[in-house]
Design a protein around this ligand. Structure first.
Ligand SMILES: [Zn+2]
Ligand SMILES: [Zn+2]
Length: 183
């Protein structure tokens, strides 16, 4: 409710604004908890009598409403006006974010599994760094350059920094990443 009302009281005289830059990043756990309305701890979805959803479950009404009739437990709006609200789960063990699996595998193939440095001679690495800086406004060229960097790192089997043997990292099952040091 507060978030919606704040948007309404911003004076129109403040617009237009010029945005110099945008930065995208992954939310950390404390920000996620701060933005959330509910911690989901209840594995049940609905009450045993079938009359409504249980509190602290993943269908808790404070997360928003998905059908006509009831109102949202957070903003008090009906389904057509409630924007939906965040909740969070505490996981007992760390897991890979499925949306980043492909990128994780690419990055793991680019770095040494012993010293964590990029699997590339420092002088070549510097060349790539310079080229990336010059291409910051050219997304297509940056993507092509990144592909070239990935391909070059994949060829390297011994780390140029610590001489450790590095094998292939690949995604095996839905949530599994395998590392074969000798391949
Ligand atoms: Zn709502
Ligand atoms: Zn190394």
């Amino acid at each position: 409710m507060q978030k919606c009302s704040i948007l309404r009281v911003v004076p129109r005289t403040r617009f237009p604004k010029q945005i110099a830059s945008l930065r995208f990043s992954v939310l950390d756990s404390s920000t996620t908890e701060h933005n959330a309305e509910v911690e989901v701890v209840n594995p049940q979805l609905r009450k045993p009598d079938g009359n409504g959803t249980v509190e602290f479950g993943s269908l808790d009404s404070r997360l928003g409403i998905s059908k006509r009739g009831p109102t949202c437990g957070t903003c008090g709006m009906k389904v057509d006006l409630c924007p939906g609200h965040f909740g969070y789960l505490r996981l007992p063990l760390p897991v890979y974010h499925y949306g980043f699996m492909a990128d994780i595998v690419i990055i793991l193939n680019q770095i040494c599994k012993v010293c964590s440095r990029v699997m590339m001679h420092p002088s070549v690495c510097q060349q790539y760094r310079t080229r990336f800086k010059h291409l910051w406004r050219e997304p297509v060229h940056r993507r092509n350059l990144h592909r070239a960097l990935v391909a070059e790192c994949k060829k390297v089997k011994r780390c140029p920094h610590c001489d450790a043997l590095n094998g292939l990292v690949k995604k095996t099952h839905a949530y599994h990443i395998s590392y074969d040091k000798f391949r």
